[in-house]
Ligand binder design. Structure first.
Ligand SMILES: [Zn+2]
Length: 169
C-alpha cells in the first residue's frame, strides 16, 4: 500500500507543476519575439485549469503568441470539479476580502472579542482556501500522471514492436 503511495508521489513530483504562480517557464517553447514563452492557466467556463503558452514578455504581451500546453481540453467530471472548485475559491476570496477590510477599518481600536472572532474566521477561510487549491492541484496532477502512464505505455509498445522486428530479421 505504502509502495503504491510512493509511486504516485514521485509520479506527480516529476511533472512540472503550476506551483509558484503563473510566471512559470517551460523552456523550449519560444514566442514570436524569441523569448521563452510563459505558462499561464485558463479559468474560463470552457477551459478550467487548462494551461497555455503566452508571449514571454509577460502581461504587456509584445506578441500574440498562443498555444495550448494541455493539448486536450478539460472534460467530464474533472472539468465539472474544477469549475466548482474555481467558483468556491472565488466566493471565498470575496468573503476574505470583506472580512479583511472589516478588520482593517477597525484600525487601531483595541482588540476586543469580535476582532479576535473575525481574525479567526479569516484564518479558517484561508486554510479552507489553501486546502481547495491543493485539491485542485492534485486533480490536475492526477490528470497529468494518467497521461504520462498512457505515453509511457505507448513508448513501451513501440519499443516492443521494434525489438520484435529486429529479432525477426
Ligand atoms: Zn512574444
Amino acid at each position: 500500500m505504502s509502495n503504491q503511495q510512493k509511486k504516485q508521489d514521485s509520479g506527480s513530483g516529476s511533472s512540472s507543476s503550476v506551483r509558484g504562480g503563473t510566471r512559470l517557464q517551460d523552456g523550449g517553447v519560444v514566442c514570436y519575439c524569441g523569448r521563452d514563452a510563459l505558462v499561464r492557466q485558463a479559468w474560463t467556463d470552457a477551459n478550467p485549469g487548462r494551461r497555455f503558452y503566452r508571449c514571454g514578455e509577460g502581461w504587456k504581451s509584445a506578441c500574440d503568441y498562443f498555444r495550448w500546453r494541455d493539448v486536450e481540453p478539460p472534460s467530464g467530471w474533472q472539468k465539472q470539479a474544477l469549475l466548482e472548485a474555481r467558483d468556491q475559491l472565488r466566493l471565498q476570496a470575496e468573503e476574505l476580502n470583506t472580512l479583511r477590510s472589516r478588520l482593517a477599518s477597525r484600525g487601531e481600536e483595541a482588540e476586543n472579542e469580535s476582532t479576535v472572532e473575525l481574525s479567526e474566521a479569516v484564518e479558517k477561510l484561508m486554510k479552507e482556501n489553501e486546502a481547495l487549491q491543493v485539491a485542485n492541484h492534485k486533480l490536475l496532477e492526477k490528470k497529468i500522471s494518467l497521461r504520462q502512464v498512457y505515453i509511457v505505455g505507448c513508448v513501451g509498445f513501440v519499443c516492443g514492436v521494434v525489438t520484435l522486428i529486429q529479432k525477426m530479421k
